[in-house]
Design a protein around this ligand. Structure first.
Ligand code: IPE
Ligand code: IPE
Ligand code: MG
Length: 263
């Protein structure tokens, strides 16, 4: 408790830059995944339409991405649209489907300058052509960049991802391409849309909701979960820094007796 209070006090008096220096000396998470939630409530609080919240949220994507890149995070996965979000009113879905085009077109020069690579997980085929084209264009232009991977989860659902893995493996077994007995965790990993990425070290969800909403169920097996009341359009560098500080103070045991319990 005292440790926690002291930490809070130190946090208050240190400037952002000093905190960044400290965080950089410790382990920076390789992969941060964020469920960007609360856009609608942010707008409602201001008596604005929900889409205004999504537009403001889009600006935060840029801000948080640039900051994660500065901190040398390797992968930032952002849950932008779930397979369940199609249930929303058409006008809202249409607005959300326009955001990648607006966002990526204006952000591409900065992505190039900062060496950031755009990727996507989710079912791209079911996206409207203009949305798909915008994402594909950004992926193509940034494909050789070596800095942060900015991975959008767009029309993504973890269960459907796992269903596809199971189907593919069932076909491979049926056709004699793989032995049922040789299916193991790494075989399953290799079939996921995240096969080439490190597992998320941290999962952040904004807006006070404490659930996964069908996000990376397999991949998050050992991630540190950080839930914050902050609504996504209010999220900023300080919030991400706080999350990383929290992560760095966690004792990740992975089932062993490292850290406090060792003895
Ligand atoms: C998150 O904000 C953005 C998407 C799910 C696309 P919401 O739109 O879910 O905002 P709330 O939860 O209604 O406040
Ligand atoms: C999860 O948020 C999906 C995204 C952030 C893209 P939702 O707002 O759709 O989740 P629920 O409906 O509250 O579970
Ligand atoms: Mg929501």
């Amino acid at each position: 408790m005292l440790k926690k209070l002291m930490r809070k006090k130190t946090t208050d008096i240190q400037s952002l830059n000093e905190r960044i220096e400290i965080v950089k000396k410790r382990q920076i998470p390789n992969h941060i995944a964020i469920i960007m939630d609360g856009n609608g409530r942010w707008a409602k609080q201001r008596k604005m339409p929900r889409i205004a919240g999504h537009h403001e949220g889009m600006k935060k994507v840029r801000q948080v991405t640039n900051f994660a890149n500065d901190l040398e995070v390797k992968v930032l996965t952002l849950y932008a649209f779930s397979t369940e979000n199609w249930k929303r009113p058409k006008i809202e879905v249409d607005f959300l489907m326009n955001l990648p085009g607006e966002f990526l077109n204006t952000y591409i020069p900065e992505l190039m300058e900062k060496d950031i690579k755009v990727e996507m997980i989710g079912n791209m085929d079911a996206l409207p052509a203009h949305t798909r084209n915008a994402i594909e264009k950004a992926m193509e232009i940034t494909k050789d960049n070596q800095g942060l991977i900015l991975n959008f989860a767009m029309n993504y659902g973890s269960r459907i991802e796992l269903v596809h893995v199971m189907k593919e493996l069932a076909h491979e077994v049926a056709e004699g391409r793989i032995e049922a007995n040789s299916i193991n965790e790494s075989v399953i990993n290799s079939k996921l849309m995240t096969a080439h990425l490190p597992e998320p070290d941290v999962l952040i969800r904004t807006s006070g909701e404490v659930r996964l909403s069908n996000f990376m169920l397999w991949q998050l097996a050992y991630a540190e979960f950080i839930f914050t009341e902050v609504l996504w359009p209010d999220y900023n560098e300080d919030c991400l820094l706080q999350a990383i500080e929290e992560f760095q103070n966690r004792d990740r045991r992975f089932g062993s007796l490292e850290g406090d319990q060792k003895g």
